[in-house]
Design a protein around this ligand. Sequence first.
Ligand code: PGA
Length: 263
Amino acid sequence: MRTSLVAGNWKMHLTGVEGAALVENVAHQAQFKTDVDIVVCPSFVALSKVREACRNTPIKLGAQNVFWLEKGAFTGNISPTMLRECGVDYCIVGHSETRGRFGKLEVPESTVATFAETDETVNLKLRALLYHSITPILCVGETLGEREEGRTDAVIREQLLGALKNVDPVEMYLLVVAYEPVWAIGTGKTCDADEAERICAMIRGVVGELAGDEIADQLRVLYGGSVKGSNSDELFAKPNIDGGLVGGASLNVEEFARIIMSA
Ligand code: PGA
């Protein structure tokens, strides 16, 4: 039996003080919902403040990115040990926005190369997280163009095989995968629940090929992309969707609590 997971990806929103207040309110509203794991992923600089707020609640702390090496001349980067020191248990890796694949672009096209994560760096980060016993939330998903070309399944398979290359199957028990169609992120367009279920089942199948049925059966596969209180019931009712990775709606106490209740 898999425990559902709802993770809030706050992206570049909320200061530490704002994030701490949100955690307190969500913890209060969801206090009787004990059968779901709840995670919030603030910005790096908000981690410590939000950690304090999480302390007497069941809410766990996640980060939005990591560098794969322990230390060195890598200006602006954060190591897994630094995340651990901040109390981080989960970390998003391979988000479409860190891969430079945007559903809604809010910066000039010419600056997109700044967000240049590849399957190879996703793999390095994922392995570093597993080594440090931080649960990776691995994001995969196709762009609108890839979907229209009929390449959705192939793209997701390739992203999974790239991210999980040389990962010891026994380590995969920690893994969480989030199916996030790029065209649904921050756009208000949600993937049809049956199609999201089909892709999440396919993801479970690919992990099964790599690590066996036992690991695949207990793998948590999330859906992400414009999850809201109004669509979470239908999505989370699907047998292969074990919760959600929630962006915009996780910034609002009532919406986020409503989504947690659906899980
Ligand atoms: P959204 O973002 O819920 O705002 O679409 C989801 C995500 O990027 O993880």
